[in-house]
Ligand binder design. Structure first.
Ligand code: ATP
Length: 240
């Protein structure tokens, strides 16, 4: 992170709906996440949190407005640029970016290094992709030796969430997007997991945008934001 680093996320005049006649889901005048900043975004179920992350990751395209991730205009970029940006510079922990179920845990974690030479190069100091994958798994509380060769589908949901987090963190991407990554963990493991995720982000100077409807998690973060206070669209969210 340098003084000249662009914001991790910059959104201006965003309006998004899933289909032409579908209701407006997001109407956000402005949202910025600074380089290296760790932000908690809360909002009730159905309020548009996953949609917002999908737009930042370039999986969804904004109807109107500008969505930049690490200085790349994800709405205007061609699909190849979006995919390359995501592979090289973003770590995502999303339900829809599930682990590959038949691939062993270790291979799942190292996947970003196969798609991006930049991510692979960033593991060099740690001894390469395998050493870094093992370190991250251990750090996140999973015994790498026992699980390295296990197919991901053989793991519990909570264990899979930790594998997904290790995969997001490998190769030090500058922005981590996390969508309810602690939903399957009990309170103690949840707090421990968040602390470790934050420590890893701090060490690699990654920005983190973490969404959840569990307001109790907000104290861990630099800043907490309520989606409903920045979103003018009138999608009815359910109470948290
Ligand atoms: N693929 C889709 N097609 C059409 N509408 C969708 C789609 N995905 C989400 N929506 C709608 O967009 C709105 C926002 O959904 P979204 O999943 O972003 O909310 P959320 O805040 O992440 O909810 P949760 O906390 O339950 O995951 C909801 O009204 C939902 O029905």
């Amino acid at each position: 992170m340098t003084d000249t680093a662009p914001p991790a996320v910059q959104i201006e005049a965003l309006r998004f709906r899933y289909a032409v006649r579908a209701p407006l889901v997001l109407d956000i005048e402005r949202l910025e996440v600074g380089a290296g900043e760790r932000v908690f975004l809360r909002g009730p179920s159905g309020s548009g949190k996953s949609t917002l992350l999908g737009l930042i990751a370039g999986i969804l395209e904004p109807g109107e407005g500008r969505v930049e991730a690490l200085g790349t205009d994800m709405g205007a970029a061609d699909p190849a640029t979006r995919d390359a940006t995501r592979a090289a510079r973003l770590g995502v922990i999303f339900q829809m970016f599930n682990l590959l179920p038949y691939l062993p845990v270790g291979e799942n974690v190292m996947l970003p290094c196969r798609f991006s030479a930049e991510r692979a190069a960033a593991t060099k100091a740690a001894g390469g992709p395998e050493a870094e994958a093992r370190r991250l798994l251990e750090r996140l509380g999973l015994d790498a030796r026992s699980y390295w060769n296990a197919p991901s589908r053989a793991l519990s949901v909570g264990q899979q969430q930790r594998v997904a987090a290790a995969r997001a963190l490998i190769g030090k991407p500058a922005l981590i997007l996390a969508d309810e990554p602690t939903s399957a963990l009990d309170t103690h493991r949840r707090d421990r997991f968040i602390e470790l995720l934050l420590e890893e982000c701090r060490e690699s100077r990654a920005a983190l945008l973490f969404v959840s409807h569990d307001a109790g998690l907000s104290a861990h973060f630099d800043r907490a934001l309520d989606l409903e206070t920045i979103n003018r669209a009138s999608v009815e969210g359910e109470p948290a």
